[in-house]
Design a binder for this molecule. Structure first.
Ligand code: HPA
Ligand SMILES: [Zn+2]
Length: 316
């Protein structure tokens, strides 16, 4: 972070964040704390330099190992509270936060444990700082569909906290079309729909997320560049892409950091986000810093405005 932020620079301005996985906030000290607390013998302590991933699959294998360290209500509170602190540091005033219910229920951790820890932290943030967030549970593509249905049924009890449902985990070989029936139910429940697509999967996965799931935002969506007709669709329908520059760099999704400005310049609605910030050692402002050499100042301002416009809050 720059030592004397100019209030007109993005890192010192109020922003919303729309693509951030709560499990991705497991910073090394929390990892080690939970590893000791729950006496895991098969998971080693970490330092930031021990993260060996190079692509989405190797990253997810590592992150799902970290997810196993989260077991009781307090763990989920600590994790969420860590994000609240980082959000305040990064001038994030509102967030729509992802979490992966099946990553926990599949291990026998109840959804009520997960939700009560997360919600206790969000309530405390609201009371102490007036800081607000809402939740977007993500369906894991590589878990059984039946478990997704069970978890979504259970989540109806937490309706006020939940603004939408998303789709994440390894894209290949799980095209969005496989989840069509599930997302029909999601829309019937009145929840918004988002989906990770076009990060490692092809442009056709973005088409399917839009046309078969009814996705209102696309998470990542980088491979839209490969399909000019899709670019036109995203532009005309003003479908936001939630872009995560540090994640893309660390996972080898792109080595060319100028692509974001090209997408922006084509007229797409882009937002900047941190994805799994503890694993990429980069919260939101670091992502703005990474791309800022490629964007003129007025375009950076537009990215900040987009973060609010693309959110599911109706009062921005
Ligand atoms: O970037 C991602 N893509 C897919 N699944 C994920 N789960 C956490 N981060 C990601
Ligand atoms: Zn993500």
């Amino acid at each position: 972070m720059r030592p004397f932020p100019n209030p007109h620079e993005p890192w010192a301005q109020d922003k919303a964040e729309l693509h951030m996985h709560l499990e991705g906030c497991l910073e090394p000290d929390l990892w080690n704390k939970f590893q000791r607390k729950h006496s895991y013998l098969d998971i080693a302590p970490v330092t930031t330099v021990t993260y060996p991933f190079t692509d989405l699959s190797s990253f997810l294998a590592w992150r799902y190992q970290g997810d196993r360290l989260l077991n009781d209500e307090e763990d989920f509170f600590d994790l969420t509270w860590r994000y609240v602190q980082r959000a305040l540091d990064n001038h994030i005033v509102y967030a729509e936060l992802f979490f992966d219910p099946q990553a926990h229920t599949a291990r026998g951790v109840s959804l009520d444990t997960v939700m009560s820890g997360i919600i206790r932290a969000l309530r405390q943030a609201e009371q102490r700082y007036g800081w607000t967030a809402r939740l977007i549970p993500n369906i894991l593509r590589d878990h059984p569909l039946r478990t997704a249905e069970d978890d979504l049924a259970h989540l109806e009890a937490y309706g006020d906290w939940i603004v939408g449902v998303g789709l994440d985990s390894r894209e290949l070989p799980y095209p969005p079309r496989l989840f069509r029936h599930l997302f029909d139910q999601v829309r019937r429940k009145g929840w918004h729909v988002v989906a990770h697509a076009g990060e490692e999967g092809p442009a056709s996965y973005i088409w399917q997320a839009l046309d078969e799931l009814g996705a209102e935002r696309i998470d990542h969506g980088i491979h839209a560049m490969d399909d000019p007709v899709l670019m036109g669709r995203l532009k005309i329908d003003r479908i936001p892409l939630t872009i995560c520059p540090w994640s893309n760099k660390r996972l080898g999704v792109t080595t060319d950091l100028s692509i974001y400005y090209k997408l922006f310049h084509e007229g797409l609605v882009l937002t900047i986000n941190s994805d799994d910030p503890a694993y990429f050692s980069s919260y939101l402002n670091a992502n703005f810093e990474l791309i800022s050499p490629y964007f003129p100042p007025d375009a950076l301002q537009q990215l900040i405005k987009n973060s609010f416009v693309a959110s599911f809050r109706t009062d921005f």
